[in-house]
Ligand binder design. Structure first.
Ligand code: PD2
Ligand code: ZN
Length: 282
């Protein structure tokens, strides 16, 4: 919707007045949200009046938190299952959801993938190619989007939870960590300043949100950790960690640094889903 329609003239005068005084854009948006405006309408109005320089400048400035994509409420409805939100953090938007998959679905994903695993890689920051790393000691595989009726059902459920079109999702990835396996802290987005990100961004745009689904109960270790937030979430079969890190301006949020802690006993299986800004075709 056009922000001009949603923001009355006196507020547009107020924005212009404060911009002329050199006020911080984020503070103005926050003031408007506190006054009852929708966050998107406030952002559009402030950035619209600040001009295109401000939009460009926003790319280099503090991450602007918007209304989370994740639907509000204790229960999130998906086509075939209501999912309970057990924990929410607002900024950055992170949630722990319970019972996203039932035990049989978790076991089936492990069974279907177990014979197709290859050593996981990371993106080379300068070339964009894939390389193995001591910091990522898992094996994995991808199911193409809608690979079969079972995977398509999960792709639909996950897309509904993440409030994004199924087509914006990368194929469901299955990862297996043996005892001692880990994924050192990293970002799931492609750093915009890295030359190696270019080829990845050309297809579907930036990643905007991630979902890590636990497929087994890990005996010890293997938690997902957000070191900048002091937040650690323990693996629980069928549950999932959701987090988002790219807003409608295309800014990415460095606070979402995260990793998979070493598995201390037993093994760890997860499924991950990455959502893009636009339709993604592998
Ligand atoms: O295994 C995990 O818990 C984990 C943590 C962070 C996986 C990923 N990121 C990932 O696959 O991106
Ligand atoms: Zn990750």
């Amino acid at each position: 919707m056009n922000a001009n329609v949603q923001v009355p003239g006196e507020w547009r005068d107020w924005i212009a007045h404060n911009l002329a005084r050199g006020c911080d854009l984020e503070m103005l948006i926050a003031d408007m949200v506190r006054a009852g405006f929708d966050a998107h309408a406030a952002r559009n109005a402030v950035l619209g009046l600040a001009g295109s320089d401000a939009t460009a400048a926003a790319a280099n400035h503090a991450y602007l938190h918007e209304t989370p994509r994740l639907p509000a409420g204790n229960l999130i409805r998906t086509p075939d299952r209501d999912v309970r939100v057990a924990l929410r953090l607002e900024r950055p938007a992170i949630a722990f959801v319970d019972n996203l998959l039932d035990a049989d679905e978790c076991d089936e994903l492990v069974r279907l993938s177990a014979h197709q695993l290859v050593r996981s890689t990371i993106v080379d920051r300068s070339h964009g190619g894939a390389g193995v790393s001591a910091g990522r000691t898992s094996e994995g595989m991808y199911f193409p989007l809608n690979a079969d009726a079972f995977i398509a059902r999960l792709d639909r459920r996950i897309a509904a939870l993440m409030n994004a079109p199924v087509e914006n999702g990368e194929g469901l990835q299955i990862l297996h960590y043996r005892t001692g396996g880990e994924y050192a802290p990293h970002y799931d987005y492609f750093p915009p300043e890295d030359a190696g990100s270019r080829t990845h961004l050309a297809q579907g745009g930036q990643r905007v949100a991630s979902l890590v689904i636990y497929l087994n109960d890990v005996e010890d270790g293997g938690a997902t950790v957000f070191p900048k937030l002091g937040l650690t979430l323990g693996p629980k079969k069928g549950a999932a960690v959701y987090f988002e890190y790219c807003n409608s301006l295309g800014q990415v949020d460095p606070q979402t640094l995260h990793g998979g802690l070493p598995v201390l006993r037993g093994e760890k299986w997860i499924a991950t889903k990455w959502m893009r800004q636009r339709r993604y075709e592998a």
